[in-house]
Design a protein around this ligand. Structure first.
Ligand code: NDP
Ligand code: HSE
Length: 433
């Protein structure tokens, strides 16, 4: 099996390393010699430094996808521009494609899977979700017997690294982000990480596989961590929670909810303790119950581990057929059906609110009255002691489980009080039970 590698940056470099260093291991497991026969990268000189002189390097990736020396094209350049054209053309050329590009699958998966199907080849994307964790295989194969009820996970290594560094080492947001970039975890445009877009790409893909719904990135509610305040990380801890950027997909009888946002998770949950660039995905199946998958979500070798697993799958299956026995999205294509997508206002959750109010007598009574008028109970309320004379106290609380439009009304009324001094901070809580 001849592999053509497009892009030898972080993941491409890792993929080359895994294929060469573990060549014998892979041969023993497959009986197939899997070799890199051609490399394409914009920076030919740098690519040559990596792969040496024995493997040809070209700057034009079109040359690679047209080459007779390539059976499997591995796209590791990223983005949805040139990467899409190359992947589509490779499939039309009758070549299998392996990619780690979640943006590409989340935005153009439907078209590309159809192209793969029509040309009797495979488009594999294990590395696109949760780096080295084989979560696509788990959902499509290991849990195939189940109706999946929900999926929830920490699926962006960069943001988890930032949150960990802010909490444990008191690093500022910007310094932690810079470190994540230097370590190769972040996207080319890191706003994709910090604004939750990358996690949204990934949960879009998982939701489709879990529930048999079309890939629909536009339906995901997305809120990132860029506005997260250190105070809330500390106060959440006082209440027994950790804040994580969580991606959640839930399926009810006729509807689904798919969302990404900073989330308070009880500290006793295993996922609350996932730190650094590590990822964790919880999947609840109706027969198996909850299952948990943990591992490195970003970085060269862990991601390459998933890329190479896809290459191995294709190589093994090609002994029988060029097509995979496993549908690309786990469900038979004619069984992929739309479900009603809930707006965030319709979703049920407990909420953490932080209020900035002038310290006046009777204030707490006013706040609790507003909650009582809306028949929402307060499960916890902390009124911080004032440190200095001219300072207003912080008030933070946890509401009972309500639909988001209900808590929004409460927030609006509290913000209209004369004592209110700033926008109320609202964060969602997930018990993950
Ligand atoms: P990098 O930026 O490190 O590597 C991309 C490489 O592709 C660079 O060497 C770049 O060259 C080259 N390149 C860009 N455009 C072209 C082109 N038109 N033709 C040939 N080569 C090109 O990215 P990563 O390795 O981090 O990411 C690659 C993909 O993997 C992305 O889709 C990303 O989302 C995904 N991914 C990344 C993970 C990670 O931990 N980094 C984990 C999981 C998935 P140059 O630098 O000169 O532009
Ligand atoms: N930027 C991504 C992350 C890479 O930080 O998780 C892995 O998909």
């Amino acid at each position: 099996m001849n592999v053509g590698l497009i892009g030898v940056g972080t993941v491409g470099g890792g993929t080359y390393k895994v294929l060469t260093e573990n060549f014998q291991e892979i041969f023993h497991k497959t009986g197939i010699e899997i070799k890199v026969t051609l490399v394409a990268d914009k920076n030919v000189a740098l690519a040559k430094q990596l792969v040496g002189t024995s493997i040809p390097v070209v700057s034009d990736a079109l040359e690679l996808i047209d080459s007779k020396e390539v059976d499997i094209v591995v796209e590791l350049i990223g983005g949805t521009g040139i990467a899409k054209d190359l992947v589509k053309q490779a499939l039309l050329n009758g070549k299998h494609v392996v990619t780690a590009n979640k943006a590409l699958i989340a935005l153009h998966g439907k078209e590309l899977f159809a192209a793969a199907e029509n040309n009797n080849v495979q488009l594999a994307y294990e590395a696109a979700v949760a780096g080295g964790i084989p979560i696509i295989k788990a959902l499509r194969e290991g849990l195939a017997a189940n109706k999946i009820e929900w999926v929830a996970g920490i699926i962006n290594g960069t943001t988890n690294y930032i949150l960990t560094e802010m909490k444990e080492n008191n690093l500022s947001f910007d310094v932690a982000l810079k470190q994540a970039q230097e370590l190769g975890f972040a996207e080319a445009d890191p706003t994709f990480d910090i604004e939750g877009v990358d996690a949204a790409h990934k949960i879009t893909i998982m939701a489709s596989i879990a529930f048999g719904i079309p890939i629909n990135f536009d339906g995901v509610f997305v809120e990132g961590i860029s506005n997260l305040n250190q105070k809330d990380i500390t106060y959440a801890e006082e209440l027994g929670y950790r804040i994580k950027l969580l991606a959640i997909a839930k399926s009810e009888q006729d509807s689904v909810e798919i969302r990404v946002h900073p989330t308070l998770i009880p500290e006793k949950r295993l996922v609350a303790n996932v730190s650094g660039p590590m990822n964790a995905v919880l999947v609840k199946g109706n027969m198996v119950g909850p299952t948990l998958y943990y591992g490195a979500g970003a970085g060269a070798e862990p991601t390459a581990s998933a890329v190479v697993a896809d290459i191995i799958d294709i190589a093994r299956q090609s002994k029988i057929s060029t097509k995979s026995l496993i549908p690309s999205l786990g469900f038979m294509p004619n069984q992929i059906k739309n479900k009603k997508l809930l707006a965030i206002e319709e979703v049920w959750s407990e909420f953490y609110l932080r209020l900035t109010m002038e310290n006046k007598s009777g204030l707490l009574a006013k706040i609790t009255n507003i909650f009582a008028n809306h028949k929402i109970s307060i499960d916890a309320l902390v009124h911080k002691e004032v440190q200095e004379d001219n300072q207003d106290p912080d008030i933070f609380l946890v509401s009972s489980k309500v639909q988001e439009h209900q808590i929004n009304k409460v927030i609006k009324e509290i913000e209209a009080l004369p004592e209110n001094k700033d926008k109320i901070i609202k964060l969602r809580i997930e018990e993950l039970k």
